[in-house]
Design a protein around this ligand. Sequence first.
Ligand SMILES: Cc1cc2nc3c(=O)[nH]c(=O)nc-3n(C[C@H](O)[C@H](O)[C@H](O)COP(=O)(O)O)c2cc1C
Length: 165
Amino acid sequence: MKLSILYFSKNGHTKEMAEVIASGMKSVQGIEVGIFDLEHIDDEFLAESKAVVFGTPTYYANTCWQIKKWFDESRNYKLEGKIGSVFATADYAQGGADTAILTIINHLMVKGMLVYSGGSALGQPFIHLGAVALKENFEQSKPMFEVFGQRIASKAIELFASKEL
Ligand SMILES: Cc1cc2nc3c(=O)[nH]c(=O)nc-3n(C[C@H](O)[C@H](O)[C@H](O)COP(=O)(O)O)c2cc1C
């Protein structure tokens, strides 16, 4: 089963975390992951993906404009019925990463995606709206991002695997 991660990253932090999420996803049997920056999306792979994770740096306590622009021009990308999840990187805990995530979740809803974070239902690590990595504990956040990827992949298998048979 294919899963995609789409991100924008100017300085590499968001890209690095996309790769950690991918590694978590790949720990689930039968999962193939495509990681794409917004400029180099494999449209066919994305169309076949059962879940799409979006990653953004936090800009001015919100998503970066590059992600917003992508959604505004995404008319030809059919994302409905796919799982949609979000993560963000930020410099500061009070810097607005949750708002960045929620802005993207708004867009996922408009696209008809099935928004999923795992929530608190799965216990530790608690991931409420989406995974967040801050500058001050960037490296320590990686195991949580790995689990985030695992949870999304497991949910995709649970929801979609039998339909592929
Ligand atoms: C234009 C701009 C605005 C930013 N605004 C915020 C902000 O509001 N809050 C915050 O915590 N970090 C802010 N940052 C820091 C980035 O979110 C953070 O360094 C992020 O990890 C960068 O991701 P990247 O390395 O993938 O580009 C800003 C950075 C830039 C360049």
